[in-house]
Design a protein around this ligand. Structure first.
Ligand SMILES: [Zn+2]
Length: 308
């Protein structure tokens, strides 16, 4: 017992020192102004909160406190456009607890969740039809958990992300979540050309209101969704580019030990984070929404609340 306590104390001390180690001043690239969009009336989104958890702030960004907690959300974003409806990420699904049993024993304590409330049940209770496509920011277990709850929905990922899924393993990818007919996969190319400093993009409806952008790093094929509403408000859902808004605002890297364990390429992730921070500097009214930042998402509100 004494040895365990000493090991925990040593780990906490290491994290404390690590998080306080002076970092070089980051070189934030100059961002471009966002292009005009022609958002139609009727475009709206809702955050569906499917579960949550509590962790230490220090685990969400480098420099975070070891003595403060941070709340984590697991969300699906329901987007309705006159030309189509989709989920951006699926959140935790009805089988989440069973899927979680395939998590390695050492990882499970870090990823446990509470208040499971899958999107499919929330939609059914509200009489809202299930969307026919799910676009994944990336294929992590907590983003892909509910794919099985929407058996008729296409699953949209970049080709790079599909390769990552095919070779992925716990604790990031849980293969049990992808045991569905291969016809459900839809691999999308970012074929709409450059967009606000990004070399590639995909304009989903051809009006600039919903644009997918590459954010590799957390996984090779991670993507973000930039929505422009009819009232001109713009929201950039950046998946796990940062685990907390403080990461973007600082800017701060992710907590190094966790990043080393789970990020496919931590340095690329950091470069993308700085690019997004530059985009924010050039467009200060842009709302950047990391997938797990509960405090930020509380300010937006949750399904049944629509943002339009
Ligand atoms: Zn995540």
């Amino acid at each position: 017992m004494r040895k365990v306590l000493i090991a925990i104390a040593a780990l906490l001390l290491t994290i404390w020192i690590w998080n306080r180690w002076p970092q070089p001043v980051p070189d934030i690239p100059t961002g471009a102004s966002l292009p005009q969009a022609h958002a139609p009336a009727g475009l709206r989104f809702a955050l569906i909160k499917t579960g949550d958890a509590e962790t230490l702030q220090a685990f969400t960004y480098a420099g975070g406190s070891l003595f403060r907690t941070a709340r984590i959300n697991h969300i699906a974003v329901l987007v309705e456009h006159p030309q189509g409806r989709f989920l951006f990420d699926s959140g935790l699904g009805t089988e989440a607890e069973k899927q979680f049993e395939t998590m390695p024993f050492w990882a499970a304590p870090f990823f446990k969740f509470d208040n499971l409330h899958p999107a499919i049940g929330q939609l059914a209770a509200a009489g809202v039809a299930a969307p026919d496509r799910i676009i994944l920011s990336h294929a992590d277990w907590d983003h892909a958990s509910a794919l099985g709850d929407f058996p008729d929905a296409q699953v949209w990922v970049t080709p790079e992300e599909k390769k990552f899924v095919d070779s992925g393993e716990p604790p990031t990818v849980l293969p049990v979540q992808f045991e569905f007919p291969p016809e459900r996969w839809h691999l999308f190319e970012l074929s709409s050309g450059p967009y606000a400093g990004f070399k590639r993009s995909l304009d989903l409806f051809g009006d600039g209101s919903a644009v997918l952008l590459p954010l590799p790093g957390r996984t090779p094929g991670s993507a973000g969704l930039l929505l422009t509403l009819a009232n001109g408000q713009r929201y950039f859902f950046v998946g796990d580019l940062a685990w907390n808004s403080a990461g973007i605002n600082g800017p701060h890297r992710k907590f190094s030990i966790a990043s080393k364990i789970v990020d496919f390429d931590a340095d690329t992730n950091w470069r993308k984070l700085l690019q997004v921070r530059g985009l924010l500097d050039a467009n200060p009214s842009l709302h950047i929404v990391p997938a797990h930042d509960a405090a930020l998402q509380d300010t937006i509100g949750y399904f049944l609340k629509w943002i339009e």
